[in-house]
Design a protein around this ligand. Structure first.
Ligand SMILES: Cc1cc2nc3c(=O)[nH]c(=O)nc-3n(C[C@H](O)[C@H](O)[C@H](O)COP(=O)(O)O)c2cc1C
Length: 303
């Protein structure tokens, strides 16, 4: 018997394929394409304490095999999320993971305190890796000491499973992974977008207002797989792998490198049915190869 169920520390998913933060909004837009019950989990867009209009346009540009974004954490804020988005998410019936971002430790704390009373979230994901805002966020993720301090403080007040989303920028990701694990993270997710840049040669200026933007999509996949590979060896807690996954074979690369689950981001923009087709493909592969669970393949490439 093949079962797609996976355990991520204290978190159980009925399959290992999740929607990555910021590429699935709060689910509504995708619900007309497929039943969201097919998701292993849904990670929300990054939520901040107050509503954020995000960065001025342009916000997205296509690159070879990927895209650069400078959305700047546009979101309805904690109150807007609880009032307008959570009721829809709650009725889907899959684990909902709130991705949160702050400029200070106190802001992250206030977000967790504000989210807990809803009683329906499966986990909190700390976004310490957004390259598209001028303050906070990445400054925690790129410094092991700040990261340790932040995760320690959040761990104290958060009874929910705690996921820390690591950055591929400005730090050896295994150092950040060890700091987050030592501070009590249950799960790590990696990678967030890579810092990149495009120059507009007519204007003779950077294309984006903040100059630097976040690269995602297939272009980053080999880097992301390598980072999952290294992080798997560096920590004991489970990993959610992401970066350029477009089909079941890409997803399996991450699992074989050491991820217990995967998340799909930019590919959702190309084909909104990517996630259900990956779930199907993984199940078919397991059956064909005679494995009973994705767990049997986790880290298998290290053997
Ligand atoms: C438009 C866009 C918005 C994103 N917003 C967030 C966010 O709010 N919080 C977060 O942790 N990651 C965010 N990400 C990063 C993705 O969740 C993911 O880590 C990254 O894009 C790599 O996966 P992919 O190559 O499959 O897109 C965003 C990515 C994109 C493309």
């Amino acid at each position: 018997m093949t079962s797609l169920e996976v355990k991520l520390g204290p978190l159980s998913l009925k399959n290992p394929v999740m929607a990555a933060s910021g590429t699935f909004a709060f689910g509504r837009e995708y619900s007309s394409f497929f039943s969201l019950k097919l998701l292993g989990g849904l990670v929300t867009k990054g939520i901040t304490l107050r509503l954020r209009p995000g960065n001025p346009p342009p916000r997205i540009v296509e690159t070879p095999a990927g895209l650069l974004n400078s959305v700047g954490l546009q979101n309805p804020g904690l109150h807007g999320f609880l009032q307008d988005e959570l009721p829809f998410l709650q009725q889907i019936g899959v684990p909902i993971i709130a991705n949160i971002a702050g400029e200070t430790i106190e802001e992250y704390e206030a977000l967790v305190e504000g989210l807990l009373p809803s009683g329906t979230l499966a986990a909190i994901e700390l976004n310490v890796s957004c390259p598209n805002v001028s303050k906070g966020c990445l400054s925690f993720g790129a410094d092991p000491r700040s990261l340790y301090q932040l995760v320690t403080r959040i761990r104290k007040l958060c009874p929910l499973p705690l996921i820390v989303k690591l950055t591929p920028n400005d730090i050896d990701i295994t150092e950040a992974a060890r700091a987050a694990e030592a501070a009590g993270a249950d799960v790590l997710s990696l990678i967030n977008t890579l810092k990149g840049m495009v120059i507009d040669i007519e204007k003779k200026k950077p294309f984006f207002h903040l100059k630097i933007a976040g690269l995602s999509g297939p272009a980053v996949r080999p880097i992301a797989v390598r980072m999952v590979w290294d992080t798997f060896k560096a920590v004991k807690i489970p990993l959610i792998g992401m970066g350029g996954i477009t089909n079941y074979a890409d997803a399996l690369q991450f699992i074989m490198a050491g991820a217990s689950a995967v998340a799909v981001g930019s590919a959702n923009f190309v084909d909104p049915l990517t996630i259900p087709s990956i779930v199907e493909g993984i199940e078919r592969y397991l059956k064909e190869q005679g494995y009973s669970s994705p767990k049997d393949l986790c880290g298998i490439a290290h053997q």
